[in-house]
Write a protein that binds this ligand. Structure first.
Ligand code: ATP
Length: 263
């Protein structure tokens, strides 16, 4: 990927098979992006993905770009916000311009609420910076109607903080909830992250999925990675990861999500 300060451009390598669960979302995203690459037009201008951290909002956006070989521009709201006066707006403007030139393109906007927070809200410490960035974003999104093959995907953990102006038709037309994984999805995520690992026959991924309620995809990925490290620490020459290694890590982990947040 090429990285200029604040923006990354690449065609991601993540594919749909790398994402466990989320079948309906994958189908929907696939249909949307196929329209972009096949017809050069997007049925929607923007999609807002919301849900708890670590549940594959970013991964979903990357897989969509991979499936359609779209250029993937990644921006972080927090980074834009921290830039010098005018620099964030210039970067936003420039990114949309480059995305138009490189179409089909997906602009992924992480931590969107930092930039797109409700005007007049108390949450931002520097309201003027937020408002200037938001108004640039609104202008750019309105310009998209003529631009073919560009889709803006924004991600947030706080959808209620997003300014209503962004939710008008022609801007973020679609709001999708990316939920934490259920039992079946947890099993699939564990399968994805152990695919290139040698796991012993005593490892029962179905049982681990049962025992990891409230774990996010990122936490399940961490569990698999750490189990591999524990196995290596036990015996540097080992070639398999056993159930006891998963168990050691599992005992030390506590999911960040609570039942109240999920229900
Ligand atoms: P944040 O809100 O913190 O930006 P996010 O929702 O965008 O989080 P990702 O960055 O997509 O989450 O996920 C973090 C990591 O967790 C990814 O690298 C991915 O490997 C893993 N992961 C999360 N969900 C899944 C999933 N459904 N299948 C496979 N891996 C997953």
């Amino acid at each position: 990927p090429s990285i200029t300060r604040g923006v990354t451009v690449e065609i991601p390598k993540v594919s749909w098979e790398d994402i466990g669960g989320l079948k309906n979302l994958k189908v929907l995203a696939f249909k949307t992006f196929c329209c972009i690459s096949r017809l050069g037009v997007s049925p929607v201008c923007g999609i807002l993905l919301h849900g708890p951290p670590g549940c594959s909002k970013t991964t979903l956006a990357k897989a969509a770009a991979h499936a359609t070989q779209a250029s993937f521009f990644s921006l972080s709201g927090a980074e834009l916000y921290s830039m010098y006066v005018g620099e964030g707006e210039a970067l936003l403007h420039n990114t949309f311009r480059r995305a138009r030139l490189a179409a089909p393109s997906i602009i992924f906007f992480d931590e969107a609420d930092v930039v797109a927070a409700k005007r007049g809200g108390k949450s931002s410490s520097n309201i003027a910076v937020g408002e200037r960035l938001l108004s640039t974003l609104l202008t750019e999104m309105d310009g998209l109607e003529q631009a073919k093959g560009i889709l803006v995907l924004a991600a947030t953990n706080r959808p209620h903080a997003i300014d209503a102006a962004l939710m008008r038709p022609g801007r973020f037309d679609l709001v999708l909830y990316v939920p934490p994984p259920d039992l079946e999805a947890r099993y699939e995520i564990l399968s994805v992250h152990t695919l290139n690992m040698k796991v012993s026959n005593d490892v029962d991924l179905k049982q681990i999925a049962e025992d990891t309620e409230l774990f996010t995809g990122a936490e399940l990925e961490g569990l698999c990675r750490e189990a591999g490290i524990v196995a290596l620490r036990e015996d540097i020459s080992t070639s398999v990861v056993c159930n006891r290694h998963f168990l050691t890590v599992w005992k030390s982990l506590k999911p960040a999500l609570t039942r109240e947040e999920v229900n």
